[in-house]
Ligand binder design. Sequence first.
Ligand code: 0O2
Length: 232
Amino acid sequence: MEENLKITFAPDILKDRVLCELKSRGGEYMQLMSYYSSAMLEVETKFKVLNIEYSSRFDRNPIETIKTRLKSPKSIIEKMNRIGVPVSAENIEHNLNDVAGVRVICSFVDDIYKLADMLAVQDDVYVVKTKDYIKNPKPSGYRSLHLIVETPIFLSNEKRYMRVEVQLRTIAMDFWASLEHKLRYKKDIPADAAQEIARQLYDCAEAASKTDQEMLAIRRRIEASGFKTGIE
Ligand code: 0O2
C-alpha cells in the first residue's frame, strides 16, 4: 500500500501538490477510481433496467434522467482533510461513501420509494445507510432520498465490493438543489442578505414540495378515473 500523504491544513498550493502526487503515483489511486467508475456503471444499469421493466408493467417511465459523477480529486482531498484522515487510496475507500455518485431524477415522489425498494431487494445490493431528506428535509429545505449501497464489480481475477451513493429526487427537488447549489457559491453576498436569501430559498423548496404533492395527486386522480398516464 502506498505511503499516506499527510495534510494537516489545506491551502490551495498544498492541495495541488497532494493532487499531483496522487495522480503521478497513478497506480493505486487511478485503479481505485476505475473501480468506482465500474460500480457507478453497474448501479446506473440497474436503474435503467428497472425503468424499462417498470414502463412495461405500468405503462410509464418513473425515471426522467440518471446522472453519474466521480468525486473530483480536489473534493476528495477537501473531505479527507475535513474528517482529519491522511489521503491514501486505502483511506479514501474506507472513509468516503460518496466517491461514486448516481443521481436518479424521478417523475413523482412515490416513484422514488418504489425504485429504492426495487434496488434494495436485489441480491447483489447491500444498503449500508439510508438518509431520507424527503421525510426529514434539511434546514436549508433540501430534499432527496440518499442511499449508500455496496455492490460487487467483477474484475479479471477478483470480485470486489464497492460503495456508491445514490441520490433519488423528483424533477422539482433537483431543480431546487441545482439552483441552490449555484447560488450558495456566490461568495460576495453580505451576511444580513444571506439570511434573508436562505429564507427565500427555503420557501422555494416548500413551494416545490407542494407542487410535487399536487402533481402526484393529479396523477392518482387520472389513474383512478381509468385513464393511463404517460405512455411512452
Ligand atoms: P456533491 O458534489 O453534490 O457530491 P456522509 O459522510 O456522506 O454520510 P454528508 O457528506 O454530510 O455525510 O452527506 P449528506 O448530507 O447526506 O449528503 C451530501 C450531499 O447531498 C451533497 O454532496 C449534495 O449533493 C447534497 N446536499 C446535501 N445538503 C444539500 C443542500 O442543502 N443543498 C444542496 N444543493 N445539496 C445538498 P456534496 O458533498 O456537497 O457535493
